[in-house]
Design a protein around this ligand. Structure first.
Ligand code: T3D
Length: 289
């Protein structure tokens, strides 16, 4: 069988490609596990300075694979009394399945065992992450993409908070991310209606960084990832953490946090190198991670 996650490296950029194109790269437990391990591996590898994530085929990711046995709905056979009542019902006449008995399912365990560790790993990566959204990103696929530091989408891509369509709440960090990214009104619009948001509008709303022509997506994403890889990684990652923390701080606390981080970075190689390179009118060579 084809690997469900392709892993490659270009220079200091680790590229992870979701690879189940026949199912629009829907997440299986195998894929979620491999993705987490691949992120862990990139985090541990000092040669990796940026991670680029994309999907194979026409989609980025259709979210949780709804065929996964642990989440796929199952129905008990109707009992005789049910069947008699059912036969007389209009639902039967319409070919309906109104009286099939759903078996209770604990679908939350996938979140505990797969999604939560994955999202936490993504959001605390020691190197910048970039998602190249090459087609539809739905459900957990959308929110995983939006969890990356930068999101660049092809013009034909779209984002769907598909959860409400199947009776679920947004997960994979969606509740936390969407309100922060686009505010409550638009977060509610996206999550309640579950409508498709085209990439161009996502960019106009500030949900993603860039929307580019489909044929340029791969090259723009790789060039941006290489740009990030050449930058002062530690300062970038402190910036991410500071922006996240600042959401919950008052101005004075944010100012003090900035001062604390700046003091620490002032002793680091990359500041000394960056400032010296500027004064010497040469390109800096950053190495802190
Ligand atoms: O706690 C928990 O464990 C729950 C966790 C939940 C996290 C979630 O992500 S919930 C949301 C799950 N995702 C969805 O509900 C989206 C389902 N997919 C769609 O709505 C549509 O496929 C799309 C809008 C994404 C794309 O539509 P379209 O028309 O471009 O493609 P399609 O024809 O619907 O799909 C193509 C194939 O991919 C098709 O298979 P087939 O018929 O060619 O054999 C379709 O069944 C398959 N596919 C698409 N999405 C999924 C999927 N197979 C399994 N799971 C999917 N999520």
């Amino acid at each position: 069988a084809d690997p469900v996650l392709l892993v490659s490296t270009e220079g200091a950029v680790r590229v992870l490609t979701l690879n189940r194109p026949q199912a629009l790269n829907a997440f299986t437990t195998a894929m979620l596990g491999q993705l987490r391990h691949a992120l862990e591996d990139a985090a541990q590898d000092p040669a990796v300075r940026a991670v680029l994530i994309t999907g194979a085929g026409r989609a980025f990711c259709a979210g949780q694979d709804l065929n996964d046995p642990s989440i796929k709905p199952e129905f008990a056979e109707p009992e005789a009394s049910d069947a008699a009542a059912h036969a007389a019902s209009t639902a039967e006449a319409a070919g309906g399945q109104a009286h099939r008995r759903p078996k209770p399912k604990d679908i939350g365990h996938l979140l505990d065992h797969y999604y939560i560790p994955l999202v936490l790993r993504l959001r605390t990566m020691p190197v910048p992450t970039l998602c190249a959204v090459n087609g539809v990103a739905a459900g957990a696929g959308a929110n995983f993409a939006l969890g990356c530091d930068l999101v660049i989408a092809g013009r034909s891509a779209s984002f769907i908070q598909a959860f409400s369509r199947i009776g679920l709440v947004p997960d994979c960090g969606g509740t936390w991310l969407l309100t922060r990214l686009v505010g409550r009104a638009r977060a509610l619009q996206l999550t309640l209606l579950g409508e498709k948001l085209p990439a161009e509008q996502a960019q106009q709303w500030g949900l993603i960084a860039k929307c580019v022509a489909d044929e340029e997506l791969a090259s723009v994403a790789m060039a941006t990832a290489q740009q990030l890889a050449g930058m002062p990684t530690k300062a970038l990652m402190q910036t991410r953490a500071a922006l996240d923390d600042a959401m919950d701080l008052g101005l004075e606390d944010a100012l003090r946090m900035e001062a604390r981080l700046q003091s620490q970075l002032g002793y680091a190689h990359d500041y000394l190198e960056g400032a010296a390179a500027f004064l010497d009118k040469r390109a800096p060579h950053f190495k802190d991670r």
